[in-house]
Design a protein around this ligand. Sequence first.
Ligand SMILES: NC(=O)c1ccc[n+]([C@@H]2O[C@H](COP(=O)([O-])OP(=O)(O)OC[C@H]3O[C@@H](n4cnc5c(N)ncnc54)[C@H](O)[C@@H]3O)[C@@H](O)[C@H]2O)c1
Ligand SMILES: O=C(O)C[C@H](O)C(=O)O
Ligand SMILES: [Mg+2]
Length: 471
Amino acid sequence: MEHTGLGGKSIILRLEMNTKEIKFGQVASAIFEAGGDMVAIDVIQSSGDITVRDITITVTDSAHISTVTETVQSLKGVRLVNISDRTFLMHLGGKIETQPKVPIQNRDDLSRVYTPDVARVCAAIQEDPKKAYTLTIKRNTVAVISDGSAVLGLGNIGPYAAMPVMEGKSMLFKQLAGVDSFPICLDTQDTEEIIATIKAIAPAFGGINLEDIASPRCFEIEQRLRDELDVPVFHDDQHGTAVVLYAALINALKVVGKSIDQVKVVVCGIGAAGVACSKILLSAGVGEIIGVDRAGALTRDETYEHPMWQWYAEHTNPNRVQGPLSEVIRGADVFIGLSAGGLLQREDVLSMAEQPIVFAMANPTPEIQPEAVEDIAGVIATGRSDYPNQINNVLCFPGIFRAALDCRATVINEEMKLAAAEAIASAVPADELNASYIIPSVFNQNVVKAIRERVVKAAVVTGVARRVPRE
Ligand SMILES: NC(=O)c1ccc[n+]([C@@H]2O[C@H](COP(=O)([O-])OP(=O)(O)OC[C@H]3O[C@@H](n4cnc5c(N)ncnc54)[C@H](O)[C@@H]3O)[C@@H](O)[C@H]2O)c1
Ligand SMILES: O=C(O)C[C@H](O)C(=O)O
Ligand SMILES: [Mg+2]
């Protein structure tokens, strides 16, 4: 199936029709009247009065899919058996598989890769555990682990529903940086159980990428695992996002001609990503950061049960501003959305300072659609791949883990994160930088290379590298 233009897509409806009750021509007219363009018909089964057909239809967008399917479902004598589109078809049977590196073609091969000869390799690792890095998948393999509690902006959708995202992250690790990984979704949301489980499975991995674990539990889980494991543990939604956000801000400020120490920044959504982004901006020298969550601006005049919010309130909002987003945002130079779709209004952006920078990063629906403010914003970015300026942690996690694995880093520290942000920002050449090109494309082959080089250096300089890679 092909995409047929901007926003256009094809869907396949499998329809079971009772020919005594309805003729195919009536179904075709109904689809046509609902605006669907029928491009192919395949007969799947035809027996007696029952006929099953796959109808390929071009639709304009997701809302149009509902219009067409509702029309079809309302027809007497028609049963909608299944609906698939290109996205669902790409997910059939999952998106990744295990691939042996050497074929087992005879008994000799069998006895080498498996028993009895494999025992000599096991004994070598038992004698010197460091050999796990040379003789197992550990040196190139990361675990992508979620508890399904804060998946994209979809919230607590559980471990089964989280798998497609984690499989997607695994594909990206491999395709962009050659890193092997396993998507692992845990059927527990208990902090201690999550920590114990990850510690127990850690021997196979050279790094742990935590993904889509809700705050505040994500903070403790990450900290404890960092303290208790000797491989890097990186909560992607916190640090991956912060790295890419900082890279994007460095370049966006150049476009609007403002300097980082003079801007007022409003961060909406003080969860995993919002906290980490605010922290990186504080260390980059932003003077005024105001965090807003459901109950309005976080201020030191309040006390918060959530220790991270207490910390946040004490380290941000120097003017103790109070109130909802629509008030706090007045006069701000930068809006950073890490909350949920549709929270920012055009009037809010109109009330910001001149040349406002709007980073609406909630996935999959941004805090404001770029079309709504493109005429009034200085720079706009989202987390999505279908608009210019995609600020998404995919620009960071493949490269930063490539570097961490190659130098066998014990941790991914602040210096390595800042090095990654600078590498990403510098991948946009100065003479090409403009409001629609502040951040390199995910497919820019220089990004992973640039991150690897700078991050390995930072790891070596800060003494957390256990080896210096040759190239
Ligand atoms: N573009 C990216 O690379 C990227 C990376 C990470 C997260 N995200 C997006 O950011 C969002 C948050 O992710 P997270 O991992 O930090 O989740 P999280 O659950 O840890 O935090 C979300 C925060 O947003 C707040 N929030 C929700 N609705 C709100 C509202 N109406 N007003 C104010 N605050 C509200 C919640 O209270 C919570 O504190 C998600 O949409 C996610 O997809 C994007
Ligand atoms: O998965 C993404 O696209 C980015 C990020 O990790 C998110 O949770 O939204
Ligand atoms: Mg995520």
